[in-house]
Write a protein that binds this ligand. Structure first.
Ligand code: PLP
Length: 458
């Protein structure tokens, strides 16, 4: 029995609240789950259920819930200076200090940051910056950005156009022109079958880089401005590329003088056991989009970290860049982000993910790979995926109509775990402060959901 107070909120929600990424009609039948409070790695709903948040909210609550230090940083800053902007030759201490700290943590050739309010705004900024860069270099025709299928780069018009999600492209009118999409390095989904079943991950990774080269040649290198990609694709299904992929991509981009944009909105701030996913893969991106873990999601903030090559051109040759958001570098958000970075360093969070928690999750997660309906279990740092299959030997998927992933996700939720589904790929991205015994709990809850999913589908 659902309590009357939950029922009331659900009725108001249904009547007045349009949620992101939600089927409004289906919501009418079910009613939303109402999350009321949280601590550590757990969220609580209005019915008194405690749920292990295996997704850190939306891949963002890196330091976990209930951190008074972040609340105090926000409160102090709101009292001191609740708002001022960074337009027209003004700024304020939190934005300046945060810029300094971000550039200290970023790869050495990155020394500037442009703040935004979100990851989507960061990618909008990227699109304008790379096109402006080439225009300033006297090559305005170099304007096309190559991205990847199934990528998620945000929900603004530019963000969804850069993203490679076909259902998004199908809604709300034409995409921004001059954006192309190529194959994602998804070995389990595509690689195994592309040249017979025995294509190795290494060969597949190189083949994906060849696809990039072929597309550049087809478009003409003089027309291509940049390639944008996440080091590990998150919302597309926690796609960890074969080790051969990034070195081969880097070589192609260098050969044709094309900028590399790393979307670090998920991979940044420790998720892969380095400050940035680019550092894990040895990338030297010209630009990096950031958001989410920058403030552990406590307040909205994003940005673009800009490498010297692009920054110096924009500054020395560009004059005024007609671009900015009212909340670019908002003082309270910047103060929280600054404190978040301080805490991450003081608590050694990034190294713990690399040396301790990531390897432990990898060991425990791999055990789920033995399950009868799991075709592959993969993880890197604190991001992981399970591929659900009807037939373990052949890797054949369940019929689409069974919606196995959604079933498993719903069973997880009922059993006290947030695990997300992307088609029939189950994904996790827990807070970076999760403890060993909580990883054990996460794996046990996931196994229970897999058992129940298998029972219902077989
Ligand atoms: N880029 C990536 C890789 C993301 O995962 C997301 C959000 O999930 C975004 C960009 C968009 O960020 P935001 O929702 O803050 O606009």
């Amino acid at each position: 029995m659902i309590s009357p107070s939950t029922r009331e909120l659900q009725a108001l929600d249904r009547a007045h609240h349009l949620h992101p990424f939600t089927d409004f009609k289906a919501l009418g039948e079910e009613g939303s789950r109402i999350v009321t409070h949280a601590e550590g790695v757990y969220i609580h709903d209005s019915e008194g259920n405690r749920i292990l948040d295996g997704m850190a909210g939306l891949w963002c609550v890196n330091l976990g819930y209930g951190r008074d230090e972040l609340v105090d940083a926000a409160t102090a800053q709101l009292r001191e200076l609740p708002y001022y902007n960074n337009f027209f030759k003004t700024t304020h201490p939190p934005a300046v200090r945060l810029a300094e700290q971000l550039c200290r943590l970023a790869p050495a050739h990155i020394n500037r940051v442009f703040f935004t309010g979100s990851g989507s705004e960061a990618n909008d900024t990227v699109l304008r910056m790379v096109r402006r860069y080439w225009a300033l270099k006297g090559k305005p025709e170099k304007h096309i950005v190559i991205a990847r299928e199934n990528a998620y780069h945000g929900s603004t018009v530019a963000g969804m156009s850069l993203g490679g999600m076909a259902p998004m492209h199908g809604q709300g009118g034409p995409c921004v022109p001059g954006i192309e999409h190529i194959r994602q390095p998804y070995w389990f989904g595509e690689g195994r079958f592309s040249q017979g079943r025995d294509q190795s991950p290494a060969a597949f990774g190189r083949a994906c880089a060849q696809v990039l080269e072929q597309r550049i040649q087809a478009l003409g290198e003089d027309n291509v401005a940049a390639f944008i990609a996440e080091p590990v694709q998150g919302a597309g299904g926690a796609i960890i590329p074969p080790q051969s992929y990034w070195p081969a991509v880097k070589a192609v981009l260098a050969k044709y003088d094309i900028l590399l944009v790393a979307d670090e909105v998920i991979c940044g701030f420790g998720r892969l056991g380095e400050w940035f996913g680019s550092q894990y893969y040895g990338l030297e991106p010209d630009l990096m989009s950031i958001a989410k873990g920058l403030s552990s999601g406590y307040l909205p903030i994003g940005g673009v970290l800009v490498g010297d090559r692009v920054a110096e051109t924009l500054i020395d040759e560009g004059g005024e860049f007609f671009h900015g958001f009212t909340y670019s570098g908002h003082p309270a958000c910047a103060a929280v982000a600054l404190r978040n970075l301080e805490l991450m360093e003081a608590e050694n969070v990034v190294a713990r993910v690399r040396d301790e928690l990531g390897p432990y999750l990898a060991r425990r997660w791999a055990e789920l790979g033995e399950h009868s309906i799991v075709g592959e279990a993969r993880s890197l740092g604190l991001i992981g995926a399970l591929e659900l299959v009807a037939d373990k030997a052949s890797g054949e998927r369940f019929a689409r109509t069974l919606a196995a992933g959604n079933l498993c996700r719903d069973l997880c939720f009922q059993n006290g775990l947030v695990m997300r589904s992307v088609g029939d790929t189950m994904i996790i991205s827990p807070p970076l402060v999760i403890r060993h015994e909580q990883i054990d709990e996460l794996v046990a809850l996931a196994r229970r959901a897999l058992d129940e999913t298998a029972r219902r589908l077989n």
